[in-house]
Write a protein that binds this ligand. Sequence first.
Ligand code: HEC
Length: 588
Amino acid sequence: MLHLSRPPDAAAQEVTFTRDIAPIVFKSCVSCHRQGGPAPFSLTTYDEVRRRATQIATVTKSRFMPPWKVEPRVSHFVGQDPLTDAQIASLAAWATNGAPQGDPAALPPVPQLPAGWLLGQPDLIVKPTKAFTLQAQPTDAFRIFAIRLPVTKRTYVRGIEFHPGNARVVHHANIRIDRTPATRQLDDADPLPGYDGLMPRSAEYPDGHFVGWTPGQVAPLVGPDLAWTLEPGSDLVVQLHLQPSGAVEEVLPEIGLYFSNRPPTRTPTILRLGSQSIEIPPGDARYVIRDAYTLPVDADLLAIQPHAHYRAREIRGMALFPDGTSRLVMHITDWDFRWQHVYREVTPIPLPKGTRLSMEYTYDNSAENVRNPQLPPAKVYWGQRSNDEMGDLWFQLLATNDRDRELMREQITTKMTVEDIAGYETMLRVDPRDAELHDDVALLYMSVGQMPQAVRHFEASVALKPDSAAAHFNLGTVLAQAGRLDDATAAFRAALARRRDYALAHNNLGQVLLAQGKTGEALKHLQEAVRLDEANPQALFGLAEAYAASGSFDLAIETIDRAIKLPMPQALATRVVARRDEYLRRRP
Ligand code: HEC
């Protein structure tokens, strides 16, 4: 007699919604796919999921959903929760079998996400003064808002929560802090809410922290020891990537800020690796950029953010340790511009001094790349517009102590400035007649002490806008710093010929004449500078020096006393006080 085992129980094998599918969807999908969530439709009921069963099987098999671009074995990041192969197989089997419901009583409860702010009630909620109206246009839009922060004293921030306001069209948000009025001026100059263009350089990540938003990502609050500092008068800068829905849409995002009541004890540093010399020939399917930096001190890697536009395909970040071992810290094989996540390590990765961090990005500018926005492909340069290309890998690093941090920060600032300069030179290759670009890159050259290049670009700017007093003034200032005093005086005189009441030009011309020993003429310009702007300590100090040089010590002391009453940088204050003592000694 045969002892057959029992045949498999068909009912137990059949994949049903209530028993098998709902737990997967509720855990991995409804955080975005719910009423009011950031995904375009909701997946909270049997009917909603059944209607899309086949599409769900497809997008989970390709791992397009849930959206998580980084390869699973790289690191363990906050929020990383890929579907298992078994879950993907269940979704596929369920779709193939006609998406049966199963026993309605077995349905697990739909997870209830807290309505409103996921991180709790914010200490401050801000939004743009007016909603932006997105037209039913065919192409994506980018809109930058400068939001004034009603903060009257230095404030410490543990994090922010971003609400898109209109999840149908807001795809992601870049967020920065601008301590200067630069972004606000651009926003104010545009009659509509926000403006379309580039973020100024002064819009920066705050104190070594990433802030930003992609659908479904809410960065946890940092501990008070790591909070970032918000100076009064700063603006919150929000750049929205908008994908039109086919209808006219109102867009009004809201941002909640969470404060800490004490100053932080540690500040991370942001390192940007990448290239701004990108120039991809049309048709090139394997264009590669690389960059690297060797850590001068021990540091922990806290988080990492890749950034590129549409043509990037593969993204790699590596750490090569001093003992010769290495590991991938970032790897994306199918880059998608639309998922600009910040990847935060669950456990920070210790990077000993001497660790070499590197990046390598590969671009496909051929017609085969389905994401190529230009067909037939054209030559592509580095640039911040979405049709240009970028390639950055940002690292958030935490040094062990303040001294190490300063050492690393200085090196990194110089390294990044050199790359920013390369970016301006790339943009100038495309558009050599843009005077603003010449001005901006000249200032960067000055900041790294490369005066001849700064002179070259300010000269180009003067040639492009010969009537601009400011252009001649800038040229004079850099010539003076380069030690070319005669040329500098000529440039300042050219500035004054175009604007007689230019206080700073009188001041700088006076200072140069003083250095040349032309005391009488210097006195005249410095008096004029002070007359035009009584609150400039530099001008008062210069005038005092001119009085002293002509032997009028009483006038020199009287003038320097006016300067001392004004706010000024510490280094200048020290010099001013020392000079006053000297005038007193030399006074006959
Ligand atoms: C982090 C938020 C998020 C999560 C989690 C998420 N989705 Fe999505 N999903 C989106 C967004 C946003 C879109 C809109 C498409 C886009 O913007 O790329 C989308 C689109 C889709 C689409 C339409 C794709 C297309 O080609 O139009 C399907 C199907 C889908 N999601 C299924 C799922 C499933 C199934 C899960 C869970 C296994 C899931 N999603 C998890 C945000 C999310």
